[in-house]
Design a protein around this ligand. Structure first.
Ligand code: IPE
Ligand code: IPE
Ligand code: MG
Length: 247
């Protein structure tokens, strides 16, 4: 494929995060129930996971369910949880075949028992895989994560395990759900919305943002290649000047 060949393998983002949005609108456009869009969205997940594994992207994080998504109609929430269980059961062989370790971030305690158990089981069974880490953000909210972090650090201070002057960015980082992951290099959001919706606020401090009108169920490998090419054409200055970078 043409665009794929244009990708520079030496300048790959080490961590791609995706806000997979637009399933409901995709279904509505076809006169179908929202759940139909979520089912189709699961197919896009499979395709994009595979594409990242093929490209040797070491970390892919997918926003699958936010802390705010609990506010949706009960039937939609139930359907999403069922879809999660179905996908976990179905995709285990693919994860193993591609050397993908499954990871999850978020308040997993809030998930229904069956979903949580299946998730933990697939995480255990893929824990030795090293080609790529696929992280699902489930019942994830960045503010919840940061609040939890502050509570944990406060408790350590209270118990004299650390002093307030010890608190630094690295300590905060090590208390986040994402402690084992590098910062996000490329954040993609589909469906035309240009907002972050409580996703990885700390971790995207210097991410390149890529927004596309494409609805998630229509998102293909070719779209991902375009996003990566867009990323590779950016100059990441991290506060420095362009001249410094090119010196
Ligand atoms: C994203 O699609 C999937 C989840 C948030 C679970 P939406 O369900 O938000 O689709 P739209 O935004 O209503 O089209
Ligand atoms: C963000 O999408 C959450 C996920 C993709 C899982 P939403 O569709 O829930 O976001 P908002 O509420 O419209 O910002
Ligand atoms: Mg949405």
């Amino acid at each position: 494929m043409d665009t794929q060949k244009k990708i520079d393998p030496n300048k790959l983002p080490q961590h791609i995060a995706i806000i997979m949005d637009g399933n409901g609108r995709w279904a509505k456009n076809r006169g179908k129930f929202r759940v139909f869009g979520h089912e189709q969205g699961a197919e896009s997940v499979r395709e994009i996971v595979e594409a990242c594994a093929e490209l040797n992207i070491p970390n892919l994080t997918l926003y699958a369910f936010s802390t705010e998504n609990w506010r949706r109609p009960k039937l939609e929430v139930q359907a999403l949880m069922k879809l999660l269980v179905k996908a976990l059961d179905k995709e285990l062989p693919t994860l193993q075949k591609n050397g993908i370790r499954l990871n999850a971030i978020g308040n997993l305690e809030a998930l229904p028992e069956k979903a949580r158990k299946d998730l933990i089981s697939v995480m255990d069974r893929t824990s030795e895989n090293t080609h790529m880490t696929l992280t699902l953000a489930l019942s994830y909210g960045s503010r919840e994560e940061i609040t939890k972090t502050i509570k944990e650090i406060s408790l350590k201070v209270k118990n004299n395990l650390i002093s307030p002057s010890d608190i630094n960015e690295s300590i905060i980082n090590n208390h986040l759900y994402t402690r084992d992951l590098p910062d996000v290099d490329l954040l993609i959001r589909t469906s035309g919305e240009q907002r972050i919706s409580n996703f990885l606020l700390w971790q995207i401090a210097y991410a390149e943002l890529h927004f596309t009108e494409t609805l998630w169920p229509d998102y293909t490998k070719a779209h991902l290649y375009n996003a990566i090419l867009d990323y590779q054409n950016r100059e990441r200055r991290f506060g420095k000047t362009s001249e410094q970078l090119n010196a």
